[in-house]
Ligand binder design. Structure first.
Ligand code: ZL4
Ligand code: CA
Ligand code: ZN
Length: 384
């Protein structure tokens, strides 16, 4: 990789722990933590570590997790294993353990590691030691105070935002995962100190988690501080990016956050196993670039992404955007053959995604204009 000429590069920190990658939710479960191994191989293959501070992260402590999660839930998560799960049988439904969120071996270590990385990243931003801090293992936006949900057990985003709120009067959360960022929205539903903005596929009865309509706006002191952009199948690069920019700019200019947390879920890419949008890496990355250009302390976290080769392509590409480097369009020449195989058949960084016609674009101009207008209407209430 090479620095892009003529830019003032940002101080970037990369928070990573290979121990978080070797866990299995189950052989056929869509969440594959080894997508992070693949991401890191690309990052190292391009030499991006030379352009950022890389930190090996530590496990979050139970006290740190208790800033958001309830003690009985943490106690359960810490103690339950596949071997002793029978003795917790009555509690499993209570904590929403099941097919989406199974008990797997090393689950507690996995959870504390990805949460520790987001906490470390937030602290780097607060210390002014990073302008952009990256944790691709985080972004697990569905976890609730006392319950697992949608492959998420601990809500590392909420924990990181709570840290930022110690010094920052207002934090903006933006979520471009194909799913609604319900756990983060719910945690900050009644405060005006966090604005949450999620772009997602919305279909109340047929797409998880079924929340995030334009009417979902927050409550109490947080009324109008939850923003939602409900989309239909198949949105393409041009329409998504235009909508994203036309909403994010006025949101930042009106809300004036001290920092931004951007959840970069890769399941909004075309050809995702669970997603239904048609984005390419370039448009997804352009959202990151657009947010970065506001020059506020920025925490980048991962999230969904169920076609591992494309997840790793995306997050590596977004690491290059954060570091103002150009990685070109070819795979890194030094990439080990055993990893190169995953990138068949194109063996490039930017394959064309979402051209298989699996999802045609069901978002009319009218629909997109309506959701944008709903956001603008909400912004008019702020500070009033
Ligand atoms: C699976 O194959 O829509 C889980 C989940 C496990 C292995 C074997 C069990 C087979 C797809 C999904 C039965 C699975 C039935 N296995 C799962 C309403 C549902 C109830 C559970 O990107 N069944 C629930 C969650 C979503 C539902 C999406 C996105 C996370 C994020 C941030 C979470 N849950 C229907 C599904 C499989 C599985 C195959 C699956 N689950 C697809 N979509 C869901 O936003 C990280
Ligand atoms: Ca989202
Ligand atoms: Zn998702």
């Amino acid at each position: 990789a090479q620095r892009i000429a003529g830019r003032q590069p940002k101080k970037v920190s990369y928070h990573h722990n290979p121990m978080a990658e070797n866990h299995h939710f189950g052989t056929t479960h869509p969440m594959k933590p080894w997508r992070l191994t693949l991401t890191n191989q690309l990052v190292l293959g391009y030499g991006l570590q030379d352009y950022m501070d890389c930190y090996s992260t530590r496990a979050a402590t139970e006290d740190e997790l208790a800033e958001f999660h309830s003690d009985d839930y943490l106690d359960f998560l810490k103690r339950v294993t596949p071997e002793n799960a029978d003795s917790f049988i009555q509690q499993l439904p209570h904590f929403n353990i099941g097919d989406d969120c199974p008990i797997f071996s090393g689950m507690w270590d996995f959870c504390t590691l990805y949460a520790g990385a987001s906490l470390d990243a937030a602290k780097k931003l607060l210390a002014g030691q990073s302008d952009i801090a990256i944790n691709w293992s985080g972004g697990l936006h569905h976890a609730k105070k006392s319950e697992a949900s949608g492959f998420c057990y601990i809500n590392d985003i909420v924990l990181a935002i709570l840290q930022l709120l110690r010094y920052h009067p207002r934090v903006l959360y933006i979520d471009i995962d194909v799913h609604h960022g319900d756990g983060v929205e719910q945690a900050f539903f009644s405060t005006d100190r966090v604005m949450t903005l999620s772009f997602h596929k919305y279909d109340k009865d047929n797409f998880f988690p079924g929340t995030g309509s334009s009417d979902d706006i927050g409550g109490g002191a947080g009324k109008h501080y939850s923003l939602n952009v409900p989309l239909k199948d198949g949105i393409d690069d041009e329409n998504y990016l235009r909508l994203f920019k036309s909403i994010v700019r006025p949101v930042i200019e009106t809300y004036r956050p001290a920092s931004i947390v951007l959840q970069c879920g890769a399941d909004s890419l075309g050809a995702d196993r669970l997603g239904c949008f048609n984005l390419n890496l370039t448009a997804h990355g352009a959202c990151v670039e657009f947010v970065k250009a506001f020059g506020l302390p920025l925490l980048l976290v991962g999230g969904g992404g169920y076609t591992p080769r494309n997840v790793s392509r995306l997050w590596c590409f977004e690491t290059s955007i954060a570091t103002d480097t150009d990685v070109g369009t070819e795979l890194p020449p030094q990439l080990d053959q055993s990893f190169r195989e995953y990138f068949a058949p194109e063996y490039v960084l930017h394959p064309k995604l979402g051209t298989d016609g699996r999802y045609e674009n069901k978002n009319t101009k009218k629909h997109l204009e309506n959701v944008r207008i709903r956001i603008m209407e909400q912004l008019r209430y702020l500070g009033g």
